[in-house]
Design a protein around this ligand. Structure first.
Ligand code: NDP
Ligand code: OXD
Length: 309
């Protein structure tokens, strides 16, 4: 049985998977493409693999393990073999994503954007503290990471509502789905947090019309995928004063082109897709358990290519 790894930190994945799997499968071969090249495998562990790696696979391939939460890059590849696709579910990302969202919320709620501008002018002036209950947080994409954020943000005393494709019940969170549900959430969220995946249905969803439904002075945090939010529409709404600012980790084109006007706007904080890096040890534990289940013929949680996430 050969596991072939093509991912950032491939050596760390190799060590962590070897640590998990060798004791139970002594004969297993766990190699990286750096050392073994693009060769046929039983299991692929990949992040944004080249199409050629998929094209050279043979009927021995049993599954593809995506070393991240978003499967958009993988699903977009031509000649994707018809085998089960497994993705990371949380694997330490929930905590980090909740840190990121909470940082953004507190930055604006505690007026750090205003104090930063005041500092530039050597201005000592207290801002009136807003009522926490007026800072309702709306999370679009209430999946694994969205729910981890919802729980943490609620535990900090903010009211939280969420929107997903299917109807959901989450303790302590107002949940919505469908077009009307999205409108209701947008109209009543002082902070919009997007943790939507990149799919045909979500692409361009947060456009000028939908972002314009947010209340005056609202804030946008996007750490899902850049294709879901129109950056030009966001900037226009910030420039005309309807929105207060944004914390953005993901963009339609990454890296964000150096000439893009978003870089220049002091009301926008830009981070380079670092909201929730993968915890390799945790990811390897999850994948090892799935590989063992696959070998025993037990059902595992796989991606439905039809939904695109
Ligand atoms: P999940 O698949 O668990 O959650 C996705 C959520 O989006 C679900 O609630 C799903 O609804 C909802 N959704 C999908 N399509 C639609 C739609 N058309 N309308 C409404 N809701 C929709 O994914 P994760 O929470 O694990 O990850 C979310 C995304 O975060 C990833 O796909 C990736 O793009 C991004 N990510 C970003 C990182 C970063 O560092 N910036 C790191 C990791 C992930 P339902 O519950 O009904 O299925
Ligand atoms: C992921 C990501 O999807 O890093 O895991 O964006």
């Amino acid at each position: 049985m050969r596991v072939l790894i093509h991912a950032p930190e491939a050596r760390r994945w190799q060590e962590a998977l070897t640590h998990e799997l060798r004791p139970v499968l002594p004969g297993i071969e766990i190699v990286t493409t750096q050392e073994a090249g693009e060769c046929p495998a039983d299991i692929l562990v990949v992040w944004k693999p080249p199409a050629s790696l998929l094209a050279c696979q043979q009927s021995s391939l049993k599954a593809i393990f995506n070393a991240g939460a978003g499967v958009d890059a993988l699903l977009s590849l031509p000649e994707l073999p018809e085998v089960p696709i497994v993705r990371l579910r949380d694997a330490g990302m929930g905590t980090l994503m909740a840190d990121y969202a909470l940082y953004g919320i507190l930055h604006f709620y505690r007026d750090m954007d205003r104090y930063r501008r005041q500092q530039m002018d050597h201005q000592w002036q207290e801002q009136p503290l807003a009522d926490r209950s007026a800072w309702r947080v709306g999370i679009v994409g209430l999946g694994t990471l969205g729910q981890a954020c919802a729980r943490r943000i609620r535990a900090q005393g903010f009211e939280v509502q969420g929107w997903s494709r299917s109807a959901k019940q989450v303790d302590g969170i107002d949940t919505h789905h469908g077009d009307d549900g999205l409108t209701a959430l947008l109209k009543t969220s002082q902070v919009l947090v997007s943790l939507l995946p990149n799919t045909p249905e979500t692409r361009g969803l947060l456009n000028d019309q939908r972002l314009g439904q947010l209340p005056q002075g609202a804030v946008v945090i996007n750490a899902g995928r850049g294709t879901t939010l129109d950056p030009d529409a966001l900037l226009t709404l910030i420039e005309n004063g309807h929105l207060r600012g944004a914390l953005l980790d993901v963009f339609p084109e990454e890296p964000l082109p150096t000439q893009h006007p978003l870089w220049q706007d002091p009301r926008v904080i830009i981070t380079p897709h670092i909201a929730a890096p993968t915890d390799v040890s945790e990811g390897a534990r999850q994948f090892a358990a799935d590989i063992m289940a696959l070998m025993r013929g037990e059902p595992i949680d796989t991606v439905d290519p039809a939904t695109g996430y």
